[in-house]
Design a protein. Sequence first.
Length: 278
Amino acid sequence: MPELPEVETTMQGLAKIMAGQKIAQAQCRRQDLRFPLPKGLAERLKGKSVVRLERRAKYMLIHLSDGLVWMVHLGMSGRFCKIDAAQYDQPQKHDHVLIALGNRNFLAFNDPRRFGMMDLIKEKNIADHKLLKHLGFEPLDKAFTGKALYEKLRAKKQTAIKLAIMDQKLVVGVGNIYASEALYDAGIAPRRKGASLSPKECNALAQAIKKVLHKAIIAGGSSLRDYVQSDGTLGNFQEQFSVYGKAGIACKTKSCGGSIQKMVQAGRASYYCKECQA
DNA sequence: AAGGGCACCTGCGAGC
DNA sequence: TGCTCGCAGGTGCCCT
């Protein structure tokens, strides 16, 4: 479910509730998420204060007062819900980890498919973490430019461009939805080989990635306010999709006369307009 | 060595 | 109405 915008808005929502607060209590109800939860997670969270939160790729890094970092990935179906004391005592079906904060706020990590993961690591080891050290550019960083993308794609001779931009080693945070959206915006066909893109096309694509992610963050942020929503819909952003999930619908570039096509790449749905994307 | 495919799970909607 | 099937927004790892 969550791509970078959802993780970013979830983290912003969490920050409003958690930052500066003490974790008064925690409970883990299932250990078996994507990976087993770190040993003694609940006990190790208890009594710590939340110093600050940051995002790296689709990982949320929650810095605690003892120099540990609580690392959370939402997987496909994970979300944080603000709950009340009653639900803390009687959690819902997929509430796997629960937190009671010093300010009498309660949070549940709910994840039906259990593709989410958590870890607890030392702050100084973040950069070396197995799941973090291979990550590529942050798409919203200044360093992620068309030139940088072009150079990375030199090494991606045979890979279709859609798969290349979803490769977290190249650029992080672009999932299946925003890959289709960004390629449409840049006018590039999803099946093109990565290495076939010109510098100009790489520039258009890098800008398109930034644009679609930024727009989604704004949409999610505006609907988030002071509670943690993250049900994946990001407010009304789905209504703003140009191609994702719109097979058979007329392309919004009316003059092209095309309609949105659906195909499967590496087992995942891709949406595009064959008139507008070459 | 890079790239494709699979596996990990549950829920939901479409179709019969 | 109730079942089965296919599909879902992530990603590490195995196999070729």
